[in-house]
Structures are given as structure tokens and as C-alpha cells.
Design a binder for this molecule. Structure first.
Ligand SMILES: Cc1cc2nc3c(=O)[nH]c(=O)nc-3n(C[C@H](O)[C@H](O)[C@H](O)COP(=O)(O)OP(=O)(O)OC[C@H]3O[C@@H](n4cnc5c(N)ncnc54)[C@H](O)[C@@H]3O)c2cc1C
Length: 391
């Protein structure tokens, strides 16, 4: 792994800042109004090589560690951008690298790294299962040639912008897995180009409009045929592979929330230093200054936990507790900073030209998805603190 030293990490940060400067708030604001995907930005990030941060060098990627990957996503959000358009390629990488076959890696990773293949979609959540992933019903039935998939996912983001899809589906009926509810689910890497070309009627996508600019969708799988080579790792072990990836996802998204937090602190501080009411800067008032300082303290503390989670990942240590803590603390801290920033701006906080209301809507998601903070607290209560399970 090409781990960077402290100076090199700062240089990486500077390079991402420079790249993001070409995509200022006006760019993201317009996309938000139109609910459009940031194609130009994602292309630029891909061409720079930074989107392939977690792809090993032997497959054409940067071969960085988790710490570097989190710096990239943090800086995108800190600049006023929204890393949601491209983060999935980073967090799906763990399952593919750890559990994918050498053939799958050789076939896909170099093309993902070069940008000729886009890999941004992860299809897990279902309406009837919700947070209880082990209750999903989408079924992949084994046939001689491969699998036939049927089911409905109520959330699958960026699937219209992706060539590859990571799909979690049941391969053993729920009533046959017995007490081990985590068994019987399998993970597939589906080449959507073939599906779109040869059997488009089996893969129906319905965009879902949300309160912020997020390219998310419902997906209906209707007798979609996929070859056996799509299976990642062992049949029936998919839930475990997804769990592996979830801690990476939590750490990466924690860094995005931290980026948002710094965006709000930067924005609130400069407005507090500039806006004058009652013949003084509003930042002179402790009613304005202290909430900003308090939100800054919360962001800094969450940031330390994010680095701790990333460090443990990079050193191959168990990091479930730290990944969950980082996700929880950073999402709460970014929301605190968002509210403080909005209060600091008074009425202008609601005006789109100031970008506070846009980022306010964006950062609210981190408390709910990819996993709700209640589930994080349940993990900490049960798995770390040893209290009884509630479900
Ligand atoms: C913008 C967006 C994009 C998304 N993109 C994707 C995607 O690309 N792929 C994908 O697979 N999913 C995606 N999701 C889905 C996301 O992962 C889920 O929304 C999230 O996991 C929560 O599940 P749910 O919405 O079904 O909530 P539910 O499970 O219905 O929960 C609702 C509320 O009840 C609480 N709750 C439920 N059970 C318990 C309990 N036992 N104890 C305490 N509280 C409980 C939850 O914490 C939550 O607050 C996306 C979601 C959003 C909002």
C-alpha cells in the first residue's frame, strides 16, 4: 500500500483543494437546482487518479490507504461540493478487493481506475426490510447458466450513472437458513452494460426525488439473468462481505460529514467577522461566537475519531467500534455546525445564493444513511458495551 507521510498527505489535501477550486459553489448550486449529477466534477476526479485512491497500484490505482481516501472526500465537501456523486466507488472497493476473485479484479479494476468503467452503485436496502438487511427478499435463483434475479430495491443511488452494480440478494429462502439469519445472502458484481444491451426490460429504474441533490432510485429486478461469474466470494456469505465494507463506508462518510462541518465553521466564522448590526460585528456577540466555537470543538473531536478509524483500517486492525463512533460523532457534529451556520447567517441562511441551506439539506443525511444513528447506538450498546440486544 502506498501510504503517504504527513507532508505528502498535506500535499494531497492541497491538490484536492486545487481541483475543487475549479468547481465552486455556483457549480454545485446550479446542479442542486436542476437535480443534476456532477458529471464534469466526477470526470475530473477520475482523470486526476484520485477517485481510484483505494485501488491497488498493480491494478492501475493509486494504492492509497483509508486515511488518504478520507482526506479526498473531506476536501470535496469542505470546498462546498458534495462527494455523494462519487463516494461509492471507494466504499464498494473493500468487498471486491477482499472477497472478489483474481479474475474479477483483473477484469474490472484497471478499467475502473482509468475511468472507462463507472462503478458507483450498491443495491441493498429494501422497503420491507429497512435497516434489517438480513430480511431482504430480492432473490437470485441458481440456474445452470447463472442466476435469475427478482425483487425490488427502494434505494439504489447513481445506478443510472454506473456501468457496474454491486447487488445483495437472497440465494437461500429465509425459512431455510434457520437461526443464522446472516447466512443465505450473496453478493454479486453485475455488468449493467450487458443488461442494458441484451435484456433492458429486466432492469427497471425509477428515479426518486429527494430534498437534496442525490441521484437515487428504486430498482425493479424482473427475471434479470446474470452469469455465475458475477458472484463475489462464496455463495451465501454476502452479508458478511457487506458488513466488512460497511465499516469502510462509515469511515469515508464520516470524513464527508467532517468536511461539511469545516465548511459550515469557515462560512459562519467569515460571516460573523464581516456582518455588522448594532454598529459591531455580529461575531463580537458571544451568542454568535460561542455556538461557533462549540461546533468547532465537536467537529475537531469527531475528526480525531475518523483518523483513528482510518489508521486502524490501514494497519489491518479491527475497527468496527471506531468506524461507528466516527460516523456517529461526525454526523452529529456536522448537523450542529449546520444549525449554527444557519443561525449566524440569520435570514440569509435560507437564501440559496449563500449555499448554507443547500449544505444544510445535504449534511442532514449523514444521521440517517447509509445507516441510521439509532443502529450505530445499538451496535455500541450491544457489541461494545455488552448490553442486551433489542432486535
Ligand atoms: C439519499 C439516500 C440514498 C440512499 N442510497 C442507498 C443506496 O445506494 N443503496 C442502498 O442499499 N440503500 C440506500 N439508502 C438507504 C439507506 O441505507 C436507508 O435509508 C437506511 O439504512 C435506513 O433504512 P430505512 O430508511 O429503511 O429506515 P428504517 O429501517 O425504516 O428505520 C426508520 C427509523 O426507525 C429506526 N429503527 C428501526 N429499527 C430500530 C431499532 N431496532 N432500534 C432503534 N431504532 C430503530 C431507525 O433508526 C430509523 O430512525 C439511501 C438512503 C437515502 C436517504
Amino acid at each position: 500500500m502506498a501510504k503517504l507521510n504527513v507532508q505528502e498527505r498535506e500535499q494531497l489535501r492541497e491538490e484536492i483543494r486545487k481541483l475543487c477550486a475549479d468547481y465552486p459553489n455556483e457549480y454545485w448550486r446550479q446542479l442542486d437546482i436542476e437535480r443534476e449529477y456532477p458529471y464534469e466534477f466526477v470526470d475530473a476526479l477520475t482523470k486526476s487518479g484520485y477517485l481510484s485512491a483505494l485501488i491497488p497500484e498493480e491494478y492501475g490505482g493509486k494504492g492509497y490507504g483509508m486515511t488518504e481516501a478520507t482526506i479526498i472526500l473531506e476536501e470535496i465537501n469542505r470546498s462546498g461540493g458534495h462527494a455523494a456523486g462519487c463516494h461509492a466507488q471507494m466504499y464498494t472497493m473493500g468487498a471486491l478487493l477482499k472477497h472478489g476473485s483474481e479474475e474479477q479484479k483483473r477484469k474490472y479494476l484497471p478499467e475502473i481506475a482509468s475511468g472507462s468503467l463507472r462503478f458507483q452503485a450498491f443495491s441493498v436496502t429494501e422497503e420491507s426490510a429497512g435497516s434489517n438487511t438480513t430480511a431482504i427478499e430480492t432473490f437470485a435463483e441458481k440456474t445452470e447458466e447463472g442466476y435469475i434475479v427478482n425483487g425490488h430495491k427502494n434505494w439504489t443511488s447513481r445506478v443510472l450513472q454506473s456501468d457496474l452494480l454491486m447487488l445483495l440478494a437472497r440465494t437461500t429462502p429465509a425459512d431455510q437458513v434457520g437461526a443464522k439469519k446472516t447466512e443465505g445472502l450473496s453478493l454479486f458484481l453485475v455488468d449493467l452494460r450487458e443488461i442494458r444491451e441484451k435484456q433492458p426490460e429486466t432492469f427497471v429504474v425509477e428515479p426518486v426525488r429527494t430534498m437534496f441533490n442525490y441521484a437515487t432510485n428504486q430498482v425493479f429486478y424482473k427475471n434479470m439473468k446474470i452469469p455465475s461469474e458475477c458472484l463475489i466470494g462464496e455463495k451465501g456469505k454476502g452479508f458478511r462481505y457487506v458488513l466488512d465494507g460497511m465499516n469502510a463506508e462509515r469511515t469515508l462518510l464520516a470524513a464527508e460529514a467532517i468536511g461539511d462541518g469545516y465548511f459550515f465553521i469557515d462560512k459562519a466564522t467569515s460571516y460573523a467577522n464581516e456582518r455588522e448590526v448594532f454598529d459591531r460585528k455580529i461575531g463580537t456577540n458571544q451568542g454568535i461566537q460561542f455556538p461557533i466555537a462549540r461546533a468547532y470543538a465537536a467537529i475537531k473531536a469527531a475528526d480525531l475519531m475518523r483518523y483513528e478509524a482510518a489508521r486502524k483500517y490501514d494497519e489491518g486492525e479491527k475497527y468496527g467500534e471506531q468506524a461507528n463512533l466516527a460516523k456517529y460523532l461526525s454526523s452529529e457534529a456536522s448537523w450542529q455546525a449546520a444549525n449554527v451556520c444557519l443561525d449566524t447567517h440569520g435570514g440569509y441562511g435560507f437564501v440559496d445564493q449563500y449555499d448554507v441551506e443547500r449544505k444544510f439539506r445535504e449534511t442532514r443525511m449523514y444521521q440517517v444513511a447509509p445507516v441510521s444513528n439509532n443502529m450505530i447506538l445499538a451496535f455500541l450498546g450491544q457489541n461494545v458495551l455488552g448490553m442486551p440486544r433489542s432486535y
